[in-house]
Design a protein around this ligand. Structure first.
Ligand SMILES: N[C@@H](CCC(=O)N[C@@H](CS)C(=O)NCC(=O)O)C(=O)O
Length: 157
């Protein structure tokens, strides 16, 4: 059983949890949108992942696995999958560690901003490197800061 005080931290009445929950929802919605962005590209280019999918496209289509535009969106989606779930778990651990509100909330805000910018730089307007790398690294640094805070806030290690 969680202690009462910890349960209190993981409730919307805690402003840090509220902020975490809000930005987590934004990031989850963003990831859901990546599937639709892929579908959009598939219909635009009439290129599908399985033969039966070509039947739902007016004018048919073909199965191909190396279209650069589609693969770009898929890579951006995969990169989200490599990073955002780490934030969702680490952010929750941070909330449970009762961090300073301003610091935690700004980490959540900046993380969300850099992940959205990573997608834009990778799959929407395609910005030159190292723009995307900077957004990626900023996100990784925030996850690491949160992990270090959580570890340091433990009493029994
Ligand atoms: N799985 C990634 C690990 C490194 C990474 O995430 N790099 C960032 C900054 S260059 C990125 O946007 N990689 C592109 C990608 O994952 O498709 C890769 O193979 O590149």
């Amino acid at each position: 059983m969680l202690e009462n005080s910890t349960m209190g931290l993981l409730m919307i009445s805690n402003p840090v949890f509220e902020c975490y929950a809000f930005y987590s929802c934004i990031l989850i919605l963003k990831m859901i949108m990546m599937s639709f962005l892929t579908v959009l590209q598939r219909f635009r280019k009439k290129i599908f992942i399985s033969p039966e999918d070509t039947a739902i496209s007016k004018g048919g289509g073909e199965v191909k696995y190396d279209d650069p535009d589609i693969e770009r969106v898929r890579r951006a989606h995969l990169n989200d999958l490599e990073n955002i779930p780490i934030f969702l778990i680490t952010g929750l651990l941070l909330v449970a560690s009762n961090p300073p509100e301003m610091i935690a909330n700004n980490l959540f805000r900046i993380y969300t901003f850099v992940r959205i910018m990573h997608t834009i730089a990778y799959a929407v307007i395609i910005l030159p490197q190292p723009t995307r790398a900077i957004f990626f690294i900023a996100g990784v640094v925030i996850n690491i800061i949160m992990i270090i805070y959580v570890i340091l806030s433990m009493h029994n290690i």
